[in-house]
Design a protein around this ligand. Structure first.
Ligand SMILES: Nc1ncnc2c1ncn2[C@@H]1O[C@H](COP(=O)(O)OP(=O)(O)OP(=O)(O)O)[C@@H](O)[C@H]1O
Length: 326
């Protein structure tokens, strides 16, 4: 659906040329949710602008929805743009138009017949969960609602591809997850291909199936999200992964085992698990080297009745392991 082949792009600046993209190749398949992640200045926005023809590469080719965007004349670009929806970090809504007015505009520009516009607008408002807000103005909406309008507008012309430019970076964590879930639902229900740029690994973890990690204008690694998470190759990927909060925080019956100094936690834990016969999931652990000796932490959850867990904890305590249920 999106093919980027050996693309390079430099910008002229007073202090010399800046290489924004350096021999980048990337393939986004039909139905993918493909994340492009990197820190500020890595080249993500430039790559996204190449995908909708706002920039042209110095070298290489960009093909989106069977159109060679990198070499397309303006007329061909105008024809293909309705097939490429885009949503933005700051929503880019028209403040003088209502929710419905913003969504209609995309179809009016594309020359859609009026009767069709009304039906499609109503359908899109339902799809993004904004029923009853059609006549509200953007200033009356929360950030999450504004992005829902952005999504409805981007989908108005039935695009083949949705590009997301840091689409949740201006939102709080809860709203971020709601918007990401909406994008995932649209991907599932309509098979819409999504390419997104982000600096947050959480976004990749929650909805992407593929990811490319960028640094200094290059893709340093790319592949299936599960492979990259399981075996990150580059320092920048490992650094981005360290920023992730622990998903096990939501697990039921989550216990943090703390062991100090010479207490060897694993054999003691194994013995307690065996004795009580409980299903224990280990979520992770780490060792802190404190000035007065090592302090270990192991995060587990136990799928058992409260009294079984209490007996298990009593044995762990007796073995010198502190247990916190946080
Ligand atoms: N129009 C431009 N003129 C000059 N330099 C540019 C231009 N656009 C991007 N650059 C430079 O190219 C490099 C890559 O920028 P880009 O915006 O693509 O990175 P990014 O990963 O999207 O970062 P950010 O999240 O900060 O936007 C940076 O060094 C940037 O300063």
């Amino acid at each position: 659906m999106i093919s980027i082949s050996h693309v390079s792009k430099a910008f002229a600046r007073r202090d010399g040329p800046v290489v924004a993209l350096d021999d980048v190749s990337l393939h986004v398949a039909q139905g993918d949710i493909y994340g492009i992640i990197g820190y500020s200045g890595a080249g993500k926005s430039t790559l996204l602008r190449l995908m909708n023809g706002l920039e042209h590469p110095d070298q290489g080719t960009v093909t989106v929805a069977d159109t060679l965007i990198s070499a397309a004349p303006e007329r061909a670009l105008r024809a293909v743009r309705p097939k490429i929806g885009i949503i933005f970090q700051h929503f880019n809504l028209l403040w003088s138009r209502t929710v419905a007015g913003n969504i209609r505009l995309a179809m009016q520009i594309a020359g859609t017949p009026r009767a069709q516009i009304e039906a499609r607008t109503a359908e899109l408002i339902r799809l993004v969960g904004l029923e009853g807000r059609a006549v509200a103005y953007p200033s009356q909406l929360s950030g999450g609602q504004k992005q829902r309008v952005g999504i409805a507008r981007a989908l108005a012309n039935n695009p083949d591809v949705l590009l997301c430019d840091e689409a949740t970076s201006a939102l709080d964590p809860e709203t971020t997850d709601q918007i990401l879930d909406l994008l995932a639902q649209i991907n599932r229900d309509f098979g819409l291909t999504i390419a997104l740029i982000t600096h947050e690994m959480h976004v990749v973890r929650r909805i992407c199936n593929h990811v490319a990690v960028m640094e200094n204008g290059r893709i340093v690694e790319a592949g299936a999200v599960s492979d990259i998470f399981a075996n990150p190759q580059s320092a920048v990927t490992r650094s981005l992964l360290r920023t992730l909060p622990d998903d096990s925080a939501d697990a039921p019956n989550r216990l943090v085992l703390v062991y100090r100094g010479a207490v060897a936690s694993e054999p003691l834990l194994a013995a307690a698990i065996q004795k009580h016969g409980l299903p224990v999931t280990i979520h992770g652990g780490r060792t802190n080297k404190l000035a007065d000796g090592p302090l270990g932490e192991l995060v587990i959850s136990v799928d058992a009745a409260p009294e079984q867990i209490a007996a298990f904890v009593t044995d762990l305590n007796a073995a010198g392991i502190e247990v916190h249920d946080v």
